[in-house]
Design a protein around this ligand. Structure first.
Ligand code: 9YW
Length: 423
């Protein structure tokens, strides 16, 4: 296998962040197992160690709830360097976990790992995939039941942390309706590890914790939470990832699934693709979220508007429009597709999800561009991300205007993205 210039360093980061079969996103700032981080990390491990890739997914599933939800954090071992810890969440799973979820990259990762295992001739792979396939299917059922009870073909987030894009400007208006009062005492730890100017604001954290308090008071019951939620957004990024993961499970089901499972997955897939297709806005050249409290579109430009490319085959007019829009976002930028475009009044090139470039987001966008015929553009974007990682290191995210590495350093999913995008 050809090695990338910084491949040894990328593998060393995954080794350093290994806590025994699962990988923390980075030491201290995020000292537990995070859901979508681990799915991306598993795809990184699949490049050189398929057994370890399976372990990553298996350890995540130790946190899966009986109702099918895969939580956003699994607290396998205690640590006092992160807030909010298990005491704040107050959930009652066998292994302590948070009470919310994160984007369903798991199914995408499972197909990826399974195919790497077949290519490598790894013994026992099919049995391991089968167990994880059942877990993934249960989680997709949870998504549609708990998070699309109205049958829109779109799944909703009830907390910004679920989106994986915590302080995205897409949430500003909806989050402003959430009170800042909390019954939990807020003891932020993140700003002790990373400069506060690059993190969500205190007011954001107050609202984040208000939501946690609200859902904990619902006993983490999905129906009660849906009714009580003051923040409820049908999210195109989440729905697109779920739809794509469903397609990946359909592929696995061809050899591993029952006829009932195949039918169920194709019904889910159709429902999600129809819901997503409806969110295209030709005047904006992208897809938009729906705020289920105000029942209004959220037109704020963020990276989420391009993620449906991973799940939909666009028509020619859509494809031309979206490519032109991506090019507009890239204009004047040094690296990658930013999380918020520089022409938006909400753009802040160093503040978390309000401008910076995330390697895994660019991974998804490039994957979607490629699926929709834009190979050259995908390659060009990937190369800027790989180069930024090679010069700035395996940082959490990058300033799109300069390529400067920001946030936590030695990040697991940046190391994984490097190994996959660099090839
Ligand atoms: C949090 C770990 C996580 C990512 C999220 C990112 C941030 C903060 O870090 O979340 O406290 O959960 O927004 O996407 O999974 O890298």
């Amino acid at each position: 296998m050809t090695m990338l210039p910084k491949e040894d360093a990328a593998r060393a980061i995954l080794a350093r962040n290994d806590r025994g079969g699962y990988t923390v996103p980075t030491d201290r700032l995020y000292p537990f197992q995070w859901n979508w981080d681990s799915a991306f990390v598993a795809m990184g491990f699949a490049v050189f160690d398929v057994d370890r890739a399976y372990r990553e997914l298996e350890r995540l599933i130790e946190g899966q709830w009986d109702d099918g939800m895969i939580p956003h954090i699994v607290f396998h071992a205690p640590s006092d360097t992160y807030f909010p810890g298990p005491d704040v969440w107050g959930t009652r799973h066998r292994v302590p976990t948070s009470g919310i979820t994160q984007p369903a990259v798991f199914g995408m990762a499972l197909r990826h790992v399974h195919e790497a295992a077949l290519a490598a001739g790894t013994a026992g792979a099919t049995e391991r995939t089968k167990v994880l396939f059942k877990a993934a299917l249960r989680s997709h059922r949870w998504w549609l039941n708990a998070r699309d009870p109205e049958g829109l073909g779109l799944v909703s987030i009830l907390h910004p942390w679920e989106s994986g894009s915590d302080n995205s400007p897409a949430w500003d208006e909806a989050l402003a309706r959430v009170p800042t009062t909390t019954t939990t005492a807020i003891r932020r730890k993140d700003t002790g590890h990373v400069d506060a100017s690059m993190r969500p604001r205190d007011e954001d954290y107050q609202r984040f914790i208000h939501l946690v308090d609200t859902y904990r008071d619902c006993g983490w019951d999905p129906t009660r939470q849906w009714e009580a939620a003051p923040f409820k957004i049908a999210d195109v990024q989440m729905t697109a990832i779920l739809a794509r993961a469903t397609a990946d499970l359909m592929r696995l089901a061809e050899t591993l699934g029952t006829d009932e499972e195949k039918d169920e997955l194709s019904r889910m897939h159709e429902r999600l693709r129809a819901g997503l297709a409806d969110r295209w806005r030709p005047d904006l050249s992208r897809f938009v979220n729906l705020d289920l409290i105000s029942r209004r579109d959220i037109e704020t430009p963020t990276q989420a508007g391009f993620i449906p490319l991973v799940a939909l085959t666009l028509d020619d007019a859509q494809r031309t429009a979206i490519v032109a829009e991506v090019e507009r976002w890239l204009s004047g930028m040094f690296v990658g597709v930013p999380s918020t475009p520089s022409f938006s009044p909400t753009f802040e090139p160093k503040r978390y999800w309000r401008g910076p470039v995330w390697a895994v987001i660019n991974w998804l966008i490039c994957d979607g561009l490629r699926l929709n015929g834009s190979e050259a553009l995908a390659r060009r974007i990937e190369q800027t991300v790989v180069q930024a990682i090679e010069s700035a290191g395996f940082c959490e995210y990058f300033d799109p205007t300069t390529g400067e590495g920001l946030g936590g350093d030695t990040f697991s999913w940046t190391a994984a993205a490097y190994m996959v995008l660099g090839r």
